[in-house]
Design a protein around this ligand. Structure first.
Ligand code: O7M
Length: 219
């Protein structure tokens, strides 16, 4: 049974806190990205963590040269439990982030920071440039021993292949709900270490708590 990760892409702090509190009974982890951080500030990560007690992962899809990735990771992991980066920039850029995580983990080994790397994205356009190189990116994820990878629920066959290639990494997978991914097929692939990411189908629902409950039960 995979876990449920809420993609909290709302643009208002009051709404973000309300939804995260209402759904926290059913949500295992909260993913916060540019929409909410740019609408508020990076401190929103701590405020959501304090209100819910949940792990918060920052989805910044970091994709820069190693020294810039390092700066972004230092600032982000000061608040967040994990950070999401792009894999296509290559191993040195990803390693720079892993090194920052290792430094934090030396200081606080009980709450290890996670580095999660995107392989192939869930939208249609990802088939143009990302899909042809995604298997190699997943292989790099396995070689580097990143904690997790991002792979698409919109393409369960690809999800399976990428998960198998990055064999020691857990998977966080977007695409169920608003993007039309088939949860039944996804559940044939993911296991208890993995996460199904759901955003709009929960936070745009007139009753986010009920929707989160429904997804938790389906999982
Ligand atoms: O359920 P949704 O479609 O409203 O939200 C999905 C979330 O997952 C949203 O935060 C997207 O930015 C993110 N996402 C994708 O939808 N597709 C991807 O390929 C990758 C991500 C993601 O989380 O990357 C880390």
């Amino acid at each position: 049974m995979p876990k449920l990760m809420l993609a909290l892409d709302v643009l208002d702090e009051f709404e973000a806190i309300k939804i995260s509190e209402e759904t926290s009974e059913y949500v295992d982890c909260i993913k916060i990205g540019y929409p909410l951080v740019l609408a508020t500030d990076l401190g929103i990560v701590k405020r959501i963590k304090d209100k819910t007690g949940k792990e918060v992962i920052c989805d910044f899809k970091v994709a820069d040269i190693p020294s810039t990735n390092e700066k972004i990771a230092k600032l982000t992991l000061n608040y967040a439990d994990g950070i999401i980066c792009q894999g296509f920039v290559g191993p040195d850029s990803v390693k720079a982030i892993m090194d920052v995580a290792k430094e934090y983990n030396k200081k606080d080994p009980k709450n290890p920071k996670k580095v999660i790397m995107v392989t192939e994205m869930s939208h249609g356009g990802a088939t143009s440039f990302m899909q042809p190189i995604a298997n190699e990116i997943a292989k790099m994820a396995g070689d580097l021993k990143v904690n997790g990878i991002v792979a698409p629920s919109t393409r369960p066959a690809r999800l399976k292949e990428l998960k198998e290639i990055a064999n020691n990494a857990f998977v966080i997978s977007p695409g169920v709900g608003a993007q039309g991914g088939d949860l039944k097929e996804v559940l044939k692939v993911l296991d208890e270490n993995d996460y199904v990411i759901v955003g709009r189908a929960i936070y745009l629902n007139e009753n986010p708590k009920e929707s989160a409950k429904k997804y938790k039960e389906l999982l």
